[in-house]
Write a protein that binds this ligand. Structure first.
Ligand code: KG4
Ligand code: ZN
Length: 351
């Protein structure tokens, strides 16, 4: 059976990995060679189907994955100019994420790996975000500091080896992306909240005093629930008093309060651990304000910033291929009984 054959897999340094990601509302497939070269990266998003519900509807996401997965894999193979015979391994996100959504990717990947007689690699979504930097800077090698900022995770991580890390701090309550999504709703912006808050913030000013979470305290930990509550209170007070207020100023003030601290703490960690490289991952790392801030701060401190382009910060399968390759080299293959997990106890999650 499969688990016997898997012992015989020969490890190739320039292995071509087909990676699949379906943890939320993006059905993604990518072909990555040697863990660093993205030969293709395709995404079919169901985001527009969720807009009228104000957030991702798991059942709709699962159905969308089911209808998109064959097509997205086909596109990835085709745009890499390869055929299925060229694939050395199949990597797939098995968690954390929406269970039904993950199951579509996991079932597809298992079937493919079995039919092609190649190893199946189970990848953590969050480790995938952390690995995006390897595809951007071919020389990127641990140790370095990783800043993780997504819809479910916020953390400052000391990456000690390709497969080892220490979490220096994480969120104590909401993740930063979650705070963006909630604030978006409060000020009447549609899903997806993060990019819409960023857009509106460009028209406003950072003039509303909001709490800076755990600034100078709490080591590298973050708390976003106080900030979110402060925004809710501000908006409610204005509305109850029937006073005019600028939604753009709320967006700009929230964005600065939420992101200044992330950049500051990431830079501080580089200093404390004498590490000269910082990389970022997760949807919030696509935010232009944060990117500018990191670029400036890293330039001033002489820190090398590995900043993945926006499509590699938000959910994609290329990052799953990069992390899959690390597990591939270790021979860390999954069995055919691999199951999806809604929540892997992982880096930077609220406890
Ligand atoms: O990494 P990701 O695509 O999915 C998760 O793993 O969670 O991150 C999604 C999160 C959402 O909360 C979204 O609002 C936020 O990233 N996001 C942004 C931006 N683009 C996505 N937040 C702020 N500014 C953005 N431009
Ligand atoms: Zn993600």
């Amino acid at each position: 059976m499969y688990s016997e054959t898997k012992r015989n897999f020969k490890i190739k340094k320039d292995a071509v990995i087909l990676a699949i990601e379906s943890s939320c509302d993006e059905t993604a497939a990518a072909v990555v060679k040697g863990g660093r070269d993205i030969l293709s990266s395709e995404i079919i998003s169901s985001a527009s189907e969720h807009v009228r519900f104000g957030g991702v509807v798991p059942e709709i996401a699962s159905r969308a994955h089911t209808s998109a997965i064959s097509l997205v894999v086909e596109k990835a193979i085709k745009s890499a100019d390869l055929t299925l015979k060229d694939i050395d391994a199949v990597a797939v996100t098995y968690g954390s994420g929406l269970l039904g959504a993950l199951l579509v990717g996991v079932s597809y990947a298992k079937t493919l790996a079995y039919c092609l007689s190649v190893p199946l690699i189970a990848v953590s979504h969050i480790r995938g975000h952390l690995a995006a930097g390897y595809t951007v800077d071919k020389e990127l090698t641990p140790p370095f500091i990783g800043l993780l900022a997504s819809g479910g995770h916020t953390a400052i991580i000391r990456v000690t080896s390709f497969d080892g890390y220490e979490i220096l701090g994480g969120t104590l309550d909401d993740a930063v992306g979650e705070a963006f999504d909630k604030v978006a709703r409060i000020i009447g912006l549609a899903y997806p909240g993060g990019p819409n808050v960023e857009r509106l913030a460009k028209e406003g000013k950072n003039v509303i005093p909001l709490p800076k979470m755990l600034k100078g305290e709490g080591g590298y930990n973050f708390s976003y629930s106080g900030l979110k509550t402060a925004v809710i209170n501000y908006v409610h007070k204005k509305e109850q008093a029937k006073e005019e207020y600028s939604r753009a100023d709320v967006a700009a003030s929230f964005q600065s309060a939420a992101l200044d601290i992330l950049a500051e703490k990431a830079i501080e960690a580089c200093g404390e651990y004498s590490l000269e490289t910082l990389t970022v991952g997760g949807g919030v790392a696509a935010n232009g304000y944060l990117r500018e801030k990191l670029i400036r701060a890293c330039r001033e401190r002489g820190i090398k910033l590995v900043l993945p382009p926006k499509p590699l910060c938000t959910d994609n399968a290329a990052m799953i291929g990069a992390e899959g390759y690390i597990q591939y080299l270790k021979g860390n293959f999954a069995d055919m009984d691999l199951n999806a997990e809604a929540r892997i106890k992982e880096v930077g999650e609220r406890s």
